[in-house]
Design a protein around this ligand. Sequence first.
Ligand code: ADP
Ligand code: 5GP
Length: 213
Amino acid sequence: MAGTRTRSDTNMSGTLFVISAPSGAGKTTLCRQLLKKNPDIKLSVSYTTRQPRKGERNQIDYTFISKSRFMKMIEKGEFAEWATVHGQLYGTSIKRLKALNRAGYDIILDIDIHGAMQLKKRYENAVYIFILPPSAEVLKERLVNRKTDSKDVIATRLDNAKREIPFYKDYDYIVINDKLDKAYKELESIIISSRLMTSRVDPNRIKKLYKIK
Ligand code: ADP
Ligand code: 5GP
């Protein structure tokens, strides 16, 4: 429960779960399942300049905006982090994070490694999770089978994956998404155990429960 925590991220009482992965590893699939089963966790909907894919909804999957609007938001300091990923701009709105936090939710941020490293400086108590595919071959297969990207885009994403994977060392947890059920269980276990950390329990709640000082 978000309201029971004390030692927290800068201005954040809930927990931020920052999740990164090379494109095609299954991050969206895992996050969607997590959000569906855990109504107390919400996705931080990012802003992006990329075009929507088939089936993606504006304001739900992303807020799709023009490059000039994105640049204005950077100028005004509206992003907690932003980065250029696969040639497009993506950013996390400070206003949205604050609103979700005020409403008592824990928050999932599905962002790339550069964004995650920026957030580490700002929210040191966030939980950093890296999702990996079982192999480079499977990663390629998943991107091809997803049928959402052209050959060129897939080649760029595979190329970027080689640079991104070594960053797993900067994360708190690693989940290898081979069998989806197992990976999901592991991800959910991370969320559950992070919420049980002593540092996230309100000492006043314990005092009240056991009538101790
Ligand atoms: P990402 O968000 O990391 O780019 P997606 O969630 O879109 O990746 O997954 C890429 C593709 O792989 C999708 O077609 C998805 O259905 C599929 N996929 C995800 N996880 C698994 C898995 N464990 N086994 C097989 N296919 C998977
Ligand atoms: P996609 O275009 O496949 O949805 O996302 C491409 C990459 O951009 C993914 O690695 C995703 O995590 C990342 N991404 C999505 N939103 C943000 C954001 O707000 N900030 C950053 N830094 N990366 C993001």
